[in-house]
Design a protein around this ligand. Structure first.
Ligand code: GDD
Length: 327
Protein backbone atom coordinates (compact mmCIF):
# COMPACT_ATOMS: atom_id res chain seq x y z
CA UNK A 1 0.00 0.00 0.00
CA UNK A 2 1.46 3.37 -1.02
CA UNK A 3 1.51 6.22 1.46
CA UNK A 4 1.01 9.91 0.70
CA UNK A 5 1.26 13.13 2.68
CA UNK A 6 -0.72 16.15 1.47
CA UNK A 7 -0.04 19.65 2.75
CA UNK A 8 -3.02 21.97 2.30
CA UNK A 9 -5.43 19.05 2.60
CA UNK A 10 -8.29 21.32 3.68
CA UNK A 11 -8.28 23.22 0.38
CA UNK A 12 -10.24 22.36 -2.76
CA UNK A 13 -7.34 20.46 -4.38
CA UNK A 14 -6.41 18.69 -1.15
CA UNK A 15 -9.95 17.38 -0.84
CA UNK A 16 -10.15 16.09 -4.44
CA UNK A 17 -6.65 14.61 -4.28
CA UNK A 18 -7.40 12.79 -0.99
CA UNK A 19 -10.38 11.05 -2.53
CA UNK A 20 -8.41 10.16 -5.66
CA UNK A 21 -5.52 8.64 -3.68
CA UNK A 22 -7.86 6.78 -1.31
CA UNK A 23 -9.67 5.32 -4.32
CA UNK A 24 -6.31 4.04 -5.56
CA UNK A 25 -5.67 2.30 -2.25
CA UNK A 26 -3.22 4.81 -0.74
CA UNK A 27 -2.87 5.46 2.96
CA UNK A 28 -3.38 9.24 3.05
CA UNK A 29 -2.10 11.72 5.63
CA UNK A 30 -3.16 15.36 5.55
CA UNK A 31 -1.22 18.17 7.16
CA UNK A 32 -3.40 20.78 8.85
CA UNK A 33 -2.25 24.06 10.33
CA UNK A 34 -3.27 25.54 13.67
CA UNK A 35 -5.14 24.40 16.72
CA UNK A 36 -8.78 23.36 16.28
CA UNK A 37 -8.74 24.32 12.62
CA UNK A 38 -12.48 24.47 11.74
CA UNK A 39 -11.79 23.00 8.31
CA UNK A 40 -10.73 19.65 9.81
CA UNK A 41 -14.40 18.67 10.12
CA UNK A 42 -14.92 19.29 6.40
CA UNK A 43 -12.07 16.91 5.55
CA UNK A 44 -13.37 14.31 8.00
CA UNK A 45 -16.78 14.47 6.37
CA UNK A 46 -15.43 14.46 2.79
CA UNK A 47 -12.76 11.78 3.19
CA UNK A 48 -13.05 10.07 6.61
CA UNK A 49 -10.09 7.76 5.94
CA UNK A 50 -7.55 10.59 5.78
CA UNK A 51 -5.33 10.71 8.87
CA UNK A 52 -4.97 14.31 10.03
CA UNK A 53 -1.57 15.50 11.26
CA UNK A 54 -0.90 18.97 12.57
CA UNK A 55 2.01 20.99 11.26
CA UNK A 56 2.95 24.20 9.56
CA UNK A 57 5.00 24.97 6.47
CA UNK A 58 6.74 27.66 8.53
CA UNK A 59 7.84 25.18 11.19
CA UNK A 60 10.37 22.75 9.76
CA UNK A 61 10.49 20.50 12.81
CA UNK A 62 6.73 19.97 12.50
CA UNK A 63 7.29 18.90 8.89
CA UNK A 64 9.97 16.41 9.87
CA UNK A 65 7.70 15.04 12.55
CA UNK A 66 4.87 14.62 10.02
CA UNK A 67 7.23 12.83 7.61
CA UNK A 68 8.36 10.46 10.35
CA UNK A 69 4.77 9.56 11.17
CA UNK A 70 3.40 9.37 7.62
CA UNK A 71 6.49 7.69 6.10
CA UNK A 72 5.23 8.80 2.69
CA UNK A 73 6.21 7.51 -0.74
CA UNK A 74 4.76 10.72 -2.16
CA UNK A 75 4.38 14.26 -0.81
CA UNK A 76 2.00 16.73 -2.47
CA UNK A 77 2.74 20.30 -1.43
CA UNK A 78 -0.59 22.06 -1.94
CA UNK A 79 -0.35 24.26 1.16
CA UNK A 80 -0.10 27.98 0.41
CA UNK A 81 -1.70 31.34 0.91
CA UNK A 82 -3.45 31.17 -2.43
CA UNK A 83 -5.67 34.24 -2.77
CA UNK A 84 -3.85 36.63 -5.10
CA UNK A 85 -5.62 39.83 -3.96
CA UNK A 86 -4.73 39.14 -0.31
CA UNK A 87 -1.04 38.85 -1.21
CA UNK A 88 -0.59 42.61 -1.70
CA UNK A 89 -1.90 43.27 1.81
CA UNK A 90 0.20 40.49 3.35
CA UNK A 91 3.21 40.31 1.09
CA UNK A 92 5.71 39.07 3.67
CA UNK A 93 3.46 36.38 5.10
CA UNK A 94 2.57 35.21 1.59
CA UNK A 95 6.27 35.09 0.66
CA UNK A 96 7.04 33.05 3.75
CA UNK A 97 4.25 30.50 3.43
CA UNK A 98 3.88 30.25 -0.35
CA UNK A 99 7.58 30.72 -1.15
CA UNK A 100 9.83 29.77 1.78
CA UNK A 101 7.37 27.07 2.84
CA UNK A 102 8.39 25.13 -0.28
CA UNK A 103 12.04 25.28 0.74
CA UNK A 104 11.10 24.12 4.25
CA UNK A 105 9.30 21.03 3.03
CA UNK A 106 11.96 20.22 0.40
CA UNK A 107 14.67 20.48 3.04
CA UNK A 108 12.66 18.40 5.50
CA UNK A 109 12.27 15.69 2.84
CA UNK A 110 16.00 15.82 2.07
CA UNK A 111 16.87 15.36 5.76
CA UNK A 112 14.25 12.63 6.18
CA UNK A 113 15.46 10.73 3.09
CA UNK A 114 19.10 10.46 4.22
CA UNK A 115 21.25 8.79 1.54
CA UNK A 116 18.31 7.81 -0.63
CA UNK A 117 17.53 11.08 -2.48
CA UNK A 118 14.60 9.62 -4.39
CA UNK A 119 12.99 7.88 -1.40
CA UNK A 120 10.09 10.38 -1.48
CA UNK A 121 8.51 11.71 -4.65
CA UNK A 122 7.55 15.35 -4.38
CA UNK A 123 4.87 17.41 -6.13
CA UNK A 124 4.95 21.21 -6.01
CA UNK A 125 1.79 23.19 -6.81
CA UNK A 126 3.18 25.84 -9.14
CA UNK A 127 0.79 28.29 -10.74
CA UNK A 128 -0.02 30.02 -14.02
CA UNK A 129 0.08 33.26 -11.97
CA UNK A 130 3.86 32.96 -12.50
CA UNK A 131 3.33 33.97 -16.16
CA UNK A 132 1.70 37.25 -15.07
CA UNK A 133 2.42 39.74 -17.80
CA UNK A 134 2.53 36.99 -20.38
CA UNK A 135 5.55 36.87 -22.65
CA UNK A 136 4.10 34.25 -25.01
CA UNK A 137 0.60 33.08 -26.01
CA UNK A 138 -0.22 30.33 -25.17
CA UNK A 139 2.04 29.82 -22.15
CA UNK A 140 4.11 26.66 -21.92
CA UNK A 141 6.81 25.22 -19.62
CA UNK A 142 9.54 27.30 -21.30
CA UNK A 143 7.72 30.66 -21.31
CA UNK A 144 9.59 33.42 -19.45
CA UNK A 145 8.05 34.00 -16.01
CA UNK A 146 6.91 37.57 -15.21
CA UNK A 147 4.82 37.45 -12.01
CA UNK A 148 2.52 40.40 -11.25
CA UNK A 149 1.69 39.88 -7.56
CA UNK A 150 3.55 39.00 -4.35
CA UNK A 151 1.76 35.65 -4.60
CA UNK A 152 3.11 35.11 -8.13
CA UNK A 153 6.64 36.05 -7.04
CA UNK A 154 6.46 33.59 -4.12
CA UNK A 155 5.26 30.83 -6.46
CA UNK A 156 8.23 31.50 -8.78
CA UNK A 157 10.57 31.03 -5.80
CA UNK A 158 8.94 27.69 -4.94
CA UNK A 159 9.00 26.60 -8.57
CA UNK A 160 12.71 27.21 -9.04
CA UNK A 161 13.55 25.76 -5.61
CA UNK A 162 11.81 22.55 -6.66
CA UNK A 163 13.86 22.43 -9.87
CA UNK A 164 16.99 23.22 -7.88
CA UNK A 165 16.46 20.35 -5.42
CA UNK A 166 15.89 18.01 -8.36
CA UNK A 167 19.09 19.16 -10.04
CA UNK A 168 21.23 19.50 -6.90
CA UNK A 169 20.25 16.35 -5.00
CA UNK A 170 18.62 14.14 -7.62
CA UNK A 171 15.27 14.36 -5.84
CA UNK A 172 12.18 13.13 -7.69
CA UNK A 173 10.62 16.60 -7.48
CA UNK A 174 8.02 17.66 -10.06
CA UNK A 175 6.18 20.87 -10.51
CA UNK A 176 2.72 21.25 -11.99
CA UNK A 177 2.08 24.68 -13.47
CA UNK A 178 -1.66 24.59 -12.99
CA UNK A 179 -3.92 27.11 -14.66
CA UNK A 180 -7.07 28.19 -12.78
CA UNK A 181 -9.10 25.21 -11.66
CA UNK A 182 -12.47 25.43 -9.99
CA UNK A 183 -15.24 23.29 -8.50
CA UNK A 184 -18.17 23.50 -6.09
CA UNK A 185 -15.53 23.26 -3.30
CA UNK A 186 -13.82 26.49 -4.38
CA UNK A 187 -13.57 29.17 -1.68
CA UNK A 188 -16.09 32.03 -2.06
CA UNK A 189 -13.32 34.65 -2.32
CA UNK A 190 -12.38 33.42 -5.83
CA UNK A 191 -14.32 34.94 -8.69
CA UNK A 192 -15.97 31.78 -10.06
CA UNK A 193 -17.43 30.71 -6.74
CA UNK A 194 -18.30 34.28 -5.81
CA UNK A 195 -20.36 34.39 -9.00
CA UNK A 196 -21.91 30.92 -8.67
CA UNK A 197 -23.03 31.65 -5.11
CA UNK A 198 -24.42 35.07 -6.04
CA UNK A 199 -26.22 33.79 -9.15
CA UNK A 200 -27.83 30.95 -7.18
CA UNK A 201 -28.98 33.37 -4.48
CA UNK A 202 -30.24 35.92 -7.02
CA UNK A 203 -32.20 33.17 -8.83
CA UNK A 204 -33.78 32.15 -5.52
CA UNK A 205 -34.64 35.73 -4.62
CA UNK A 206 -32.22 35.79 -1.66
CA UNK A 207 -29.94 38.51 -3.02
CA UNK A 208 -30.24 41.41 -5.47
CA UNK A 209 -26.77 41.91 -6.91
CA UNK A 210 -23.05 41.18 -6.76
CA UNK A 211 -20.03 43.53 -6.85
CA UNK A 212 -17.00 42.49 -8.84
CA UNK A 213 -13.69 43.92 -10.06
CA UNK A 214 -12.23 43.56 -13.56
CA UNK A 215 -14.64 41.41 -15.58
CA UNK A 216 -12.53 41.69 -18.76
CA UNK A 217 -9.81 39.44 -17.31
CA UNK A 218 -9.43 36.15 -19.17
CA UNK A 219 -8.52 32.82 -17.63
CA UNK A 220 -7.98 29.25 -18.77
CA UNK A 221 -10.45 27.56 -16.42
CA UNK A 222 -10.58 23.81 -15.78
CA UNK A 223 -12.17 21.45 -13.27
CA UNK A 224 -10.14 20.74 -10.08
CA UNK A 225 -11.15 17.06 -10.13
CA UNK A 226 -9.42 16.66 -13.51
CA UNK A 227 -6.32 18.55 -12.37
CA UNK A 228 -5.52 16.42 -9.31
CA UNK A 229 -5.35 13.41 -11.64
CA UNK A 230 -2.48 15.19 -13.46
CA UNK A 231 -0.64 15.72 -10.15
CA UNK A 232 -0.78 12.01 -9.41
CA UNK A 233 0.33 11.07 -12.93
CA UNK A 234 3.41 13.32 -12.63
CA UNK A 235 4.62 11.33 -9.63
CA UNK A 236 4.15 7.99 -11.41
CA UNK A 237 6.75 8.91 -14.09
CA UNK A 238 10.27 7.47 -13.98
CA UNK A 239 11.72 10.97 -14.17
CA UNK A 240 10.56 14.10 -12.41
CA UNK A 241 9.74 17.10 -14.61
CA UNK A 242 7.60 20.23 -14.93
CA UNK A 243 4.25 20.29 -16.70
CA UNK A 244 1.68 22.90 -17.70
CA UNK A 245 -1.84 21.71 -16.86
CA UNK A 246 -4.55 23.65 -18.70
CA UNK A 247 -7.53 23.28 -21.03
CA UNK A 248 -6.09 25.43 -23.85
CA UNK A 249 -9.23 27.61 -23.91
CA UNK A 250 -9.63 31.06 -22.40
CA UNK A 251 -12.77 32.93 -21.36
CA UNK A 252 -13.41 36.28 -19.71
CA UNK A 253 -15.10 36.72 -16.34
CA UNK A 254 -17.88 38.35 -18.36
CA UNK A 255 -18.35 35.16 -20.36
CA UNK A 256 -18.54 33.20 -17.10
CA UNK A 257 -21.32 35.58 -16.02
CA UNK A 258 -23.15 35.02 -19.33
CA UNK A 259 -23.26 31.25 -18.93
CA UNK A 260 -24.01 31.43 -15.20
CA UNK A 261 -27.00 33.77 -15.48
CA UNK A 262 -28.25 32.05 -18.62
CA UNK A 263 -28.34 28.78 -16.69
CA UNK A 264 -30.90 30.27 -14.27
CA UNK A 265 -32.84 31.95 -17.12
CA UNK A 266 -31.74 35.52 -16.43
CA UNK A 267 -30.69 37.22 -19.66
CA UNK A 268 -30.45 40.86 -18.55
CA UNK A 269 -27.81 40.15 -15.91
CA UNK A 270 -26.15 43.59 -16.18
CA UNK A 271 -28.63 45.02 -13.67
CA UNK A 272 -27.46 42.49 -11.09
CA UNK A 273 -23.71 43.11 -11.48
CA UNK A 274 -21.79 46.15 -10.26
CA UNK A 275 -18.12 46.96 -10.51
CA UNK A 276 -16.40 48.14 -7.36
CA UNK A 277 -12.88 49.66 -7.43
CA UNK A 278 -12.02 47.77 -4.26
CA UNK A 279 -12.00 44.50 -6.22
CA UNK A 280 -9.53 45.77 -8.84
CA UNK A 281 -5.91 44.70 -8.32
CA UNK A 282 -2.81 46.93 -8.25
CA UNK A 283 -1.42 44.90 -11.18
CA UNK A 284 -3.67 42.61 -13.17
CA UNK A 285 -2.95 39.43 -15.09
CA UNK A 286 -5.05 40.15 -18.18
CA UNK A 287 -4.88 36.91 -20.10
CA UNK A 288 -3.93 33.34 -19.34
CA UNK A 289 -4.12 30.43 -21.77
CA UNK A 290 -1.98 27.34 -21.41
CA UNK A 291 -0.44 24.87 -23.83
CA UNK A 292 -0.52 21.49 -22.06
CA UNK A 293 0.84 19.44 -25.00
CA UNK A 294 3.66 18.04 -22.86
CA UNK A 295 1.26 16.73 -20.19
CA UNK A 296 -1.08 15.33 -22.83
CA UNK A 297 1.66 13.44 -24.65
CA UNK A 298 3.86 12.37 -21.72
CA UNK A 299 1.28 11.82 -18.98
CA UNK A 300 -1.62 10.86 -21.25
CA UNK A 301 -3.67 13.44 -19.33
CA UNK A 302 -6.51 15.51 -20.69
CA UNK A 303 -9.31 17.50 -19.11
CA UNK A 304 -12.74 15.83 -19.08
CA UNK A 305 -15.02 18.70 -18.01
CA UNK A 306 -15.76 21.57 -20.43
CA UNK A 307 -16.01 25.23 -19.41
CA UNK A 308 -19.79 25.23 -19.74
CA UNK A 309 -20.11 22.02 -17.71
CA UNK A 310 -17.90 23.54 -15.03
CA UNK A 311 -19.98 26.72 -14.72
CA UNK A 312 -23.29 24.87 -14.61
CA UNK A 313 -21.93 22.29 -12.13
CA UNK A 314 -20.98 25.12 -9.77
CA UNK A 315 -24.32 26.90 -10.13
CA UNK A 316 -26.30 23.68 -9.58
CA UNK A 317 -24.30 22.85 -6.45
CA UNK A 318 -24.91 26.32 -5.02
CA UNK A 319 -28.62 26.22 -5.90
CA UNK A 320 -28.86 22.94 -3.98
CA UNK A 321 -26.93 24.28 -1.00
CA UNK A 322 -28.93 27.51 -0.82
CA UNK A 323 -32.25 25.67 -1.14
CA UNK A 324 -31.22 23.31 1.66
CA UNK A 325 -30.19 26.11 4.00
CA UNK A 326 -33.38 28.05 3.15
CA UNK A 327 -35.46 24.96 4.02
N1 GDD B 1 -11.44 37.10 -6.63
C1 GDD B 1 -12.05 38.00 -7.42
N2 GDD B 1 -13.11 38.70 -6.94
N3 GDD B 1 -11.59 38.15 -8.68
C2 GDD B 1 -12.23 39.03 -9.47
C3 GDD B 1 -13.33 39.77 -9.05
C4 GDD B 1 -13.80 39.60 -7.70
O1 GDD B 1 -14.76 40.23 -7.26
N4 GDD B 1 -13.75 40.52 -10.09
C5 GDD B 1 -12.95 40.27 -11.12
N5 GDD B 1 -12.00 39.37 -10.76
C6 GDD B 1 -10.91 38.87 -11.61
C7 GDD B 1 -9.53 39.01 -10.97
O2 GDD B 1 -9.04 40.34 -11.06
C8 GDD B 1 -8.75 37.99 -11.82
O3 GDD B 1 -8.33 38.61 -13.01
C9 GDD B 1 -9.80 36.92 -12.15
O4 GDD B 1 -11.08 37.48 -11.83
C10 GDD B 1 -9.62 35.62 -11.38
O5 GDD B 1 -9.47 35.93 -10.02
P1 GDD B 1 -9.44 34.76 -8.90
O6 GDD B 1 -10.63 33.90 -9.04
O7 GDD B 1 -9.23 35.43 -7.58
O8 GDD B 1 -8.20 33.85 -9.31
P2 GDD B 1 -6.71 34.23 -9.77
O9 GDD B 1 -6.64 34.01 -11.25
O10 GDD B 1 -6.29 35.55 -9.25
O11 GDD B 1 -5.84 33.12 -9.02
C11 GDD B 1 -6.28 31.76 -8.97
O12 GDD B 1 -5.65 31.01 -9.99
C12 GDD B 1 -4.24 30.87 -9.90
C13 GDD B 1 -3.77 30.05 -11.10
O13 GDD B 1 -3.56 30.93 -12.17
C14 GDD B 1 -5.90 31.22 -7.58
O14 GDD B 1 -6.46 29.94 -7.43
C15 GDD B 1 -4.40 31.08 -7.42
O15 GDD B 1 -4.11 30.48 -6.17
C16 GDD B 1 -3.88 30.23 -8.58
O16 GDD B 1 -2.49 30.05 -8.47
Amino acid sequence: MKRALITGVTGQDGMYLSRLLLSKGYEVYGLVRGQNNPKIDLVREWAPDVTILTGDLLDQSSLLRALNIAKPDEVYNLGAISFVAYSWENAQLTSQVTGLGVLNILEAIRLYSGDDASKVRFYQASSSEMFGRVQEVPQRETTLLWPRSPYGVAKVFGHYMTINYRESYGMHASSGILFNHESPLRGPEFVTRKISLAVARIALGLQESVSLGNIEAKRDWGFAGDYVEAMWRMLQQDHADDYVISTGETYSVQHFLDIAFNHVNISDWEKHVFQDPKFFRPAEVDLLIGDSTKARTTLGWEPQVSFEQLVTMMIDADLEREKRSKA
